[in-house]
Write a protein that binds this ligand. Sequence first.
Ligand code: PEP
Ligand code: MG
Length: 365
Amino acid sequence: QPELSGDFAELMVWADEVRKLGIRTNAETPADAAQARKFGAEGIGLCRTEHMFFEGDRIVAVRQMILADDEKSRRAALAKIQPMQRQDFVELFEIMAGLPVTIRLLDPPLHEFLPKTAEDMEEVAKDLGVEVKEIEARAHKLHEFNPMLGHRGVRLGISFPEIYEMQARAIFEAVAEVQKKHGKTVIPEIMIPLVATKKELDLMKAVVDQVAAEVSHASGEKLEYMVGTMIELPRAALRAGEIAETAEFFSFGTNDLTQTTFGLSRDDSASFLEKYQQRGIFDHDPFASLDTEGVGELIEIAAERGRKTRTGLKLGICGEHGGDPASVFFCHKAGLDYVSCSPYRVPIARLAAAQAALGGALKTE
Ligand code: PEP
Ligand code: MG
């Protein structure tokens, strides 16, 4: 894995002396987390746990869980994944060695987990002990025309609380194990995605609190943790004042916030955007660099309303914009605590944060 060295490493030390923004990374694999640390990341700002569900046999168990029609079968499928998920977290906590780790609970568009081939259908049917036809019907029922605006994020947690319960258990058991082994407190930041209302967060926080109490009792470990939310829907930004009654931190998911503010698909917009840029409607791709006006105003509103409710509310950004220099400038001005970006963008984010703190104009050449 590459490391920073020589003059560049020294420049980074100077940058760190002046910047106000913390720099975290988006990482879910041990390799990415270790690489980001080498580049100077001060924590994980986003661990997307759904990526951990695609590996090896896990996807098979996830399909069973999604297509089971009763809680008992769902729990049986989840029980197969839980030890692996717990091990994922043990490794991440060990690599991050006490630095903050924000773990986002499951947020897939559901279609990514549905069986795609006839063999997949047959396998699930066999595992669940039902007819293939029945599985096809269930999969059909779950089909959505707009999965990115559908049954994802916290909505999955509300429909199937046992998923978030399993993940919370994996997190807390990993914390207990690492605390026992290294004798140091680990404080995970558990993040709920795609929240629009305080009530969604209240219901999911209750699940997390319950599991924490159970694991603490069983392991004899004192467990400290934070529960927060992503702000990635305009409604969440506008209702940030009441959401902050429950949320202990906010992280701006500006990929979705850009998508939902503009009503512009983050997956399909390339050719459309080119015309807009040619005709001078957009001067840049808002998914690459933050729209500091519209999306930016929602961030400012959420920051202000959230902090009015909860003084010192911790604020970060974990959309792709977190590693874009112009967006980092905006985050500095908006008073965020940290930006989180992919490992290879950590050095540029450190530099941009320093430049912003020095009050200079953005220079990217
Ligand atoms: C976001 O929406 O900005 C975000 C970080 O979440 P994801 O990209 O996983 O939807
Ligand atoms: Mg998102």
